[in-house]
Design a binder for this molecule. Sequence first.
Ligand code: DX5
Ligand code: ZN
Length: 227
Amino acid sequence: MREILLAPSLLGADPLNLEGSIKALNNNYDWLHLDIMDGHFVRNLSFGPDVAKALRKKFPDDFIDAHLMIDELETILPLFINAGVSLITIHAETEPHLLHASLSEIKRAGIKAGVSLCPPTPVRNIESVLELADLVLIMSVTPGFGGQKFIESSLEKVRELASLREVHKYNYVIEIDGGINENNITRAVLAGCDVIVAGSAVFKNDKPDEWLVNVRTKIKEAMKDFE
Ligand code: DX5
Ligand code: ZN
């Protein structure tokens, strides 16, 4: 059975107590998803490199999945490369002419490299970098804010990426981010997602640890039925 990873998005956590929010998950997560927003690429601001560094220090063994929704890659990317995160995802819409160079820069630093697509961007825009990618992130909402409605057509792109991976023997995992809840999570997995990001569904729940345990069971059952 494929391994499915759950990645709670800290954008949905208590901004005044990130540590407490993470501890409340009781180690039932696989990755910590950290959204970086610059107020230009998206209409919101979130965490900076110091937060990434502090997370790394406090949770030395955790896999920190940084999702950069930023312009000015040449300035900002090195700050996150030096912050100690485990994986950095950049957007295909950000300075597309730098996509190869930026993914290579991340990998040269020994960090896993991901590329992300906003809902209107087709998979063909990243075909030339798929061989470089460790992860492809499909945004299933317009990036910028938690708590939005899942865009169902995102799953078509997930299926397309899964089939391209099979045909070309690429190595990326497929991640989905935005509007994931207990009602659509198994559809995302069955479409081919390997890593599931969830912000509001996890952290707005009174028992976020139980939510993670329950969806993991639900996913296993759905996969068993399918295989
Ligand atoms: C949105 C972010 C997401 C966000 C998801 O731009 O990339 O990671 O936290 O939040 P939910 O799960 O509430 O849609
Ligand atoms: Zn994200």
